[in-house]
Design a binder for this molecule. Structure first.
Ligand code: SF4
Length: 289
């Protein structure tokens, strides 16, 4: 397995992007915020929002005290805005349980709102330099191709993949943390989903998928393509954009362009249930205070 780790971490040394949450002066809180934002949103969209967010709320206590409407406005167009609510819940939990600090151990991290296995592992590695097994979609793809020899991993994360990830992770803290960052970066920049750049890949000479002649994806029929146009997600996004940009409560009639009536009703009810919107006494819609 070292055959993979050494060239990928060496490549990372000169190819890594200079991202603000990777700098030595970034706090564990800044790393945690970046990991939550990056879960479903590309780096290019996250970076400006992360900068604004961490300048405005540099410590968990700052975010914990912020009005929900400010938090949702600052989240902007990152998508999946329930993540913003969970980050605010997480900030309050850090204040209540950990004196406003981000803990380094996995058990306490996993107990925080919105922090699952991936985020806890990433924070341990990137904020504290500890050994942890960090597996995101990029790492899964690199493993599947370079080691297993298939085009893409199975639609759901398997025990075999986890075992492989554990076996690939170096034993020392610093080496493991570097491998985590490097393997994610390789998947993000070189071993990309659609058109891998094998010509510049540091493991092209030992890649199992390449050696096998790039056999096609055996799970292609089971993969869902995420349609966007006409979905509830799109309608919810339009409503949230209208509420974020409004100076005050928005009458239902001014949201009519967001989608067909029945779908709009469903989406408005869902946003209220998720804590992302409220109605006032006149039945107008607004962000929660
Ligand atoms: S050689 Fe190509 S397919 Fe194999 S790991 Fe590198 S970029 Fe991915």
């Amino acid at each position: 397995m070292e055959a993979l780790v050494e060239p990928v971490t060496a490549w990372y040394g000169h190819a890594a992007r200079d991202l603000p949450w990777r700098r030595p002066d970034c706090t564990p809180w800044g790393v945690l915020v970046s990991e939550v934002m990056l879960q479903q949103t590309p780096v290019v969209r996250v970076e400006p929002v992360w900068r604004e967010w961490t300048a405005r709320w540099p410590r968990p206590a700052d975010l914990a005290a912020a009005p929900t409407s400010d938090v949702l406005r600052a989240w902007g167009r990152l998508g999946y805005p329930r993540r913003a609510l969970r980050l605010a819940d997480c900030a309050r939990a850090l204040v209540e349980r950990h004196d406003g600090q981000v803990p380094a151990d996995e058990e306490h991290l996993r107990a925080l709102p919105g922090v699952g296995e991936y985020t806890a592992a990433a924070v341990r590695a990137f904020a504290f330099g500890r050994r942890s097994v960090v597996v995101d979609t990029n790492v899964r793809r690199v493993q599947a191709r370079a080691v297993t020899g298939v085009a893409l991993p199975a639609p759901s994360y398997t025990a075999a993949e986890r075992a492989l990830a554990v076996s690939l992770t170096p034993s020392g803290d610093a080496d493991a943390a570097r491998w985590a960052a490097a393997s994610m970066e390789l998947g993000a920049l070189v071993c990309t989903a659609r058109v891998p750049r094998c010509g510049v890949c540091p493991v092209r000479d030992r890649c199992a998928w390449r050696a096998a002649g790039f056999p096609p994806d055996e799970h292609a029929a089971r993969r869902r393509t995420q349609a966007w146009h006409g979905t509830d997600r799109q309608v919810r996004g339009r409503v949230m954009a209208a509420l974020r940009s409004a100076d005050g409560p928005v009458p239902r009639a001014l949201l009519a362009d967001a989608g067909p009536e029945a779908q709009l009703d469903r989406c408005l009810a869902g946003l209220i249930e998720d804590g992302l919107a409220e109605t006032d006494e006149a039945g107008r819609y607004l962000l929660p205070a």
